[in-house]
Design a protein around this ligand. Sequence first.
Ligand code: G3P
Length: 219
Amino acid sequence: MKLPTIIVNFKAYESAIGYNALTLAMEHDRIAKETGLSFAICVQPTDIYRIVSKVSIPVFSQHIDPVTYGSHTGHILPEAVKQAGAFGTILNHAERNVELDMLETSIMRAKEVGLFTCVCANTPEAGEKIASFNPDLVAVEPPELIGGEVSVSQSKPTVITEAVNRIGEGKVLVGAGVKNGDDVAKARELGAAGVLLASGVTKATDPYKVLTDLAKGLM
Ligand code: G3P
């Protein structure tokens, strides 16, 4: 995956589910094509197949379970996500925590089926521990800032620096409250390989305008 990058998590926002997800995904695809910059999206597993044939950007699942083919009703099978066309998966989001042993197995299962992994951590310390499981990226997000108005770049820049020191350049995304190009630029300046965000885009009245501004932070 091309770095630096901006990954937008569609979560379960109404503006980013079903046909709305497709429309929003196409806005991301448009900005990626127009700027040549790296954008990716993270959607509900049920929306992956609907979206992948219509965009060229990487599409992530919001979760997978560490199960294999067989009797696992209701679990998200990594192979199913891969066959739906996903490029990768997010794991251990603050809203979808996974125990550490299960997280390690989930990362292994993702690798087995060829899914890129972006694993979330609440703190740089937790991120360092998770990095020992060898995911492709670690996204550090202070939970208290998620969905809020103040970004990690503005209010907790030391979290970014510490995460990069502990985990390594080229491996760390940061997120929580990221809303604009200045937030992205600050995260980059402190060594992050990009950002993970959600509400800044999913709640925007004009998502394309926000994406255009976010892109400026990667330039
Ligand atoms: O996955 C991204 C996230 O948790 C941050 O959400 O709404 O603060 O950008 P938000």
